[in-house]
Design a protein around this ligand. Sequence first.
Ligand SMILES: Cc1cc2nc3c(=O)[nH]c(=O)nc-3n(C[C@H](O)[C@H](O)[C@H](O)COP(=O)(O)OP(=O)(O)OC[C@H]3O[C@@H](n4cnc5c(N)ncnc54)[C@H](O)[C@@H]3O)c2cc1C
Length: 497
Amino acid sequence: MWSCYVIILSLLSIAANAQSDDKSVIIIGAGLSGYATARGLIEKGFTDIKILEALGRTGGRIYSVPFSDGFVDLGAQWCHGQTGNIIYEMTSPHFTFGSTAFETVDPYFRLSNGILPEQDLYVALYGAGYKIIHGIDKGVAPNVPFGELFMQKFNALLATTYPDADPEVVKLVKAELVKQVMGFFAANSWNDISPTVNYEEEKATGDQHCTWKKQGFHTFFNYLTKKAPNPAENLNIDAKVILNKVVTNIQYNKNDANSKVTVTCADDTKYTASHVVFTPSLGYLKAHYKTLFTPALDATDPKAIEIESRGVGNLGKFFMQFSNPFWALGTDPFLGIEGMWLEEDKQTAIRDGREWLLGIVAVYAVDNFPDILEVFLAGDYVRTFENTDNEKIIADVTWWLETFAPYMKPVPRPLAVQKTKWMTNEFFLGSYSYPSMAEERNKVRTSHLAAPIVNVDTKPIVLFAGEATDSKYPSMAHGAVNSGFRAAKEIVNYYLP
Ligand SMILES: Cc1cc2nc3c(=O)[nH]c(=O)nc-3n(C[C@H](O)[C@H](O)[C@H](O)COP(=O)(O)OP(=O)(O)OC[C@H]3O[C@@H](n4cnc5c(N)ncnc54)[C@H](O)[C@@H]3O)c2cc1C
C-alpha cells in the first residue's frame, strides 16, 4: 500500500514537472514584434509556438503593396536612423538602402492662391523652426506641452534674429511647422505631446530616411525570419502563423503555478499555452483592454493607466501613379510642396466639402519612382480621408495640385492609386503611439505597458510587446522589433537555471 502511494506521488510530481517545463507560447499578432518574439524564442530552442493573427495577411503595420514597377508602403516606409536601428543593422550587410531627396532639398512653399512666394524668408524661418522641433533640449520644464515650448523658443528666435519678419509669413510658416510636428508624431494636437517624455526616448543616429528603394519595407521580414541571405537558415516562422484568428479574450490565473493561459478567438476556438505574448497596437488596446483580459486589468494598475494615457496618432497616405512625371516639367523640380492656406481659401475649401485637404502635410515625388506622387496627411482629418472614396480623393487632390501649383494644370488622371486606412481599421485604430502629456501627468511610461503579468512562481504568463512597449524607440518599426526580442528574452530568462 505504501509503495503504491509512493508511485502515485512520483507520477504526480513528474506530471507537475512536465507541466512547468511546458514551454508553449502563443503570440498574438503577426507584425514585426510578433515575428521578432518568435525568432528570439526559436533561436533559444523553443518549438511549440503559434502566432494568431486577426487579418488574412502577415506584417501588420508593415504593408508593402505592388505598385508601378515595385512596392509602395502603406505602413512604415523609412528606416529611421542607422546606428541603433536594429532593422538597419540586420539588413544593411545584405541590402543597400537608398536615401530621400527631402533630406537634402528644401521644400517649396506655395500659397493657396497659386503663388510661389519669394522663398528665402520661408526657408529660413522653416529651417530654424525645424531645428527647434528636433532640438528642444532635454532639460525641458515639466508639464509644458510641445507646442507651447516650441512657441516660446520660436518667438525668442524671431525677436532676436528676425525682428522685421512679415507677420503674415511668420503665421504661415508656424502653421507649416505645426503640420510637420503632427506628421512626425502623428498626434492630433501638438499640445498633447510631452517634450519631457519625448526626450526620455531615443533616436537612432545617421540617415533618418533610409529607403527600401523599390522593394518595400516587407523586405525586412526576409532577414528577420532568416529566409535571406541564406535560405538554408530559414526559421520557418511563417509556418507558425494562423491567419484570420481574432483573439477576443486572454484568461490567466496568477495564483496557480501550473495553470495555463487560455486564449479565445472570435470563432470560438480556444488555444492554451504556458505563455501568451500580446502584440496588437495601442489603439486596439485602448478600445478593448477592459474586456480582453480575464481577470480584467485593475483601473489603478499602471499598465491600465499607461494604456489610457499614451497617445495614438493618425497618418494617412495616398499614392498616385501617373503615365508621365508632369510635375518635373514645371518651374520647379517639385521634390516637395508645402501648401500654405490663406484664411479665405481655407474657408472656401471647408464650404466646398474639401476640408480633409487641410490635413495634408506635404505632397512629394517618391524616391526611386519617377511616376509616383505621395500625399501625406496627419491628424484628425485622416478620419474623413479614410472614409472618402477614391474618386472624390482623386478629384480633391487634383484640385489641390492645380490650386497650389497652377502651372501643372491640367493635372492628368492617375493610372492607379493606393490609399491607407489605419485609423478606421478595427485591428489598428491609429498609426502609432506618441509621448503624451497624460503620460507625464500620470507618471506612467511604455515600460509599464511592457511589464509582464507574472504568476505566484514569478513565471511571466502574459507578456506585452509592440512598438508602444519599447522604452527606447517607441512608435518606430525598430522599436517594435526590439520589443519582440525583449519579450522573448523574458520568457527565455525564466527557464535559465
Ligand atoms: C502610416 C504609417 C507610417 C509609418 N511609418 C513608419 C516609418 O516610416 N518608419 C518606422 O520606423 N515606423 C513607421 N511606422 C510605425 C511602424 O509601422 C510600427 O511601429 C510597427 O510596424 C509596429 O509593429 P508592431 O508589431 O508593434 O504592431 P503591428 O504591426 O500592428 O502588429 C500587430 C498585429 O496584431 C494584429 N492584431 C490586432 N488585433 C488582433 C487580435 N484581436 N487578434 C489577433 N491579432 C490581432 C494586427 O492585425 C497586426 O498584424 C508607421 C506606421 C504607420 C501606420
